[in-house]
Design a protein around this ligand. Structure first.
Ligand code: MN
Length: 487
């Protein structure tokens, strides 16, 4: 892979904010001097790495502080530079971003020493301070994964596992789809090279066979939308190799993976999304059960879109993903899209969105409050936030993300913490279930409460979320106090 030059970086930045250039050049010189004499395992000068990381971020229109911090991100770890030096030269914010990224690099999930658990905890809780630290770290990991071929084989596998365990879920939770899918594919290519190669060949073949009719569909849809005065931009999108590999593992046939091939239809406003949906269905018949409205029911990572699967030519099922330009930006870059959408106060808006709309960060704060033991804290974060999730519906059709293994009691405390202790029974898909029923994807959950009902001791053993556990313990404590007083 060709390395990025400082000219390419400044050109990329010039396209959205030329006023940043002088600061960026200063950070570049500073980083270059600090790393001078250091080499990467590829044999290139070390500075090529921070340059590449800054370049990835510039493609998301990252702000001044982020780009400077990206250029300086390895100076605290690998050179004699101190945080104080960066404060003096580039200000407190840049220094804190660099410091945050440095600490995040030292995070150890597998170490058995208590001291390390304490350190890991500090790092995890600091993730909520400034979400830009995560974005820089993700760009850093992306470039390291892209250049992983220069490392030894066992190192490649270790780094790939860590990427899948920590960075893929992080990218998912802040909605950075492009980064997430590339990280998944790169990891798979090192972890299971044979399967990666086979899946890629099959996908390429299918795409080659399908290109003709996909192009035909694209033209037909585009022509109809233009006739109806709906400005549009349509792209052909293939699911990433890892996504296809996962579905193959679940036993699905290549031709039956309904979201393998998709047409991304991008329009100007929300109303046009629904109009386009109608026009597309008038051209190609939909499968009713595959229609999803993520515009009115956004995913928990903020993703919004209309999904419909239609019968395309040659017996192929094709998914159409209909969205506005803004939704498309958020799909590709997640939280980072706000650099482009809210130019003036992007970093504040990002922080606000993360704290209020991302369930990941809300749960992180709750886990931090509940667990005093560092080891338990780290294990809970791993299980609850980086492990698998299930997605269930409330009676209002809102989608809720819960850790795998969650029960209706977890659900009750998640949607209505004030009244969950009065939980009586749960109905899942209109059928009564036990309190320790394990929720499945797409379950529709209804909770019945009663003023006279009290929380039960045994709930503590089956709930998965920290929120439920904390509140159950609190409620039980009050009840016991009450019983003690009046008996
Ligand atoms: Mn780095």
């Amino acid at each position: 892979m060709k390395s990025i030059t400082i000219e390419e970086l400044t050109e990329s930045i010039n396209s959205y904010d030329p006023t940043m250039i002088s600061d960026v050049l200063k950070a570049y010189q500073y980083a270059k001097n600090s790393h001078s004499g250091q080499m990467r395992e590829s044999g290139e000068e070390y500075i090529t790495h921070p340059l590449a990381v800054a370049y990835i971020l510039s493609k998301m229109n990252a702000d001044r502080e982020t780009i400077c911090a990206a250029l300086l991100h390895d100076t605290l770890e690998d050179t004699k530079l101190e945080k104080e030096d960066i404060v003096i030269e580039f200000g407190k914010t840049v220094a804190e971003l660099v410091d945050g990224v440095t600490k995040l690099s030292k995070m150890e999930f597998t170490n058995k020493q208590d001291r390390n658990y304490a350190n890991t905890r500090k790092i995890i809780t600091s993730l909520t301070n400034d979400v830009r630290v995560i974005l820089i770290k993700l760009a850093d990991r992306l470039h390291n994964m892209r250049t992983l071929s220069f490392k030894k084989e066992n190192k490649q596998k270790d780094i790939s596992i860590e990427t899948m365990e920590i960075f893929v879920p992080l990218a998912y939770n802040i909605g950075a789809y492009q980064i997430k899918t590339e990280l998944e594919d790169l990891s798979l290519s090192y972890l299971k090279p044979q399967e990666y190669k086979k899946t890629k060949e099959e996908t390429d073949l299918l795409l080659m066979q399908s290109e003709g009719f996909l192009k035909e569909m694209l033209d037909n849809i585009s022509r109809l939308l233009n006739d109806k005065n709906v400005p549009n931009e349509i792209k052909i999108r293939v699911r990433n190799i890892y996504g296809i590999y996962r579905r193959r593992c679940e036993g699905q046939e290549m031709r039956n993976i309904h979201d393998l091939l998709a047409l991304k239809v991008i329009v100007n406003e929300v109303a046009s999304c629904y109009l386009s949906l109608g026009y597309i269905h008038s051209l190609y018949k939909p499968i009713n059960s595959k229609f999803k409205d993520y515009i009115c029911n956004p995913k928990t990572n903020m993703y919004q879109c209309l999904h419909t699967t239609v019968f395309g030519p040659e017996d192929m099922l094709v998914q159409a993903q209909i969205r506005t330009h803004e939704m498309d930006m958020i799909d590709s870059y997640g939280i980072a899209a706000y650099w482009n959408l809210k130019k003036e106060n992007a970093s504040e808006v990002m922080q606000e969105v993360v704290e209020n709309k991302c369930q990941f960060f809300k749960s992180l704060v709750e886990i931090d409050e509940q667990y005093t033991d560092n080891r338990k804290f780290v294990e809970q974060v791993k299980k609850e936030l980086l492990g698998g999730n299930v997605y269930v519906y409330t009676t209002d059709g809102v989608v809720l993300q819960l850790p795998v293994g969650s029960t209706p009691v977890d659900f009750a405390y998640m949607i209505d913490p004030m009244n969950a202790s009065k939980f009586v029974t749960a109905y899942v898909n209109d059928r009564k279930v036990a309190d320790d029923y394990i929720l499945q994807n797409k379950d529709r959950v209804r909770i019945l409460t009663s003023k006279k009902s009290l929380p039960k001791e045994e709930w503590k053993d089956s709930v998965q979320t920290t929120r439920a556990l904390t509140l159950i313990k609190k409620d039980l404590w009050w009840i016991n106090l009450f019983l003690w007083k009046y008996n």
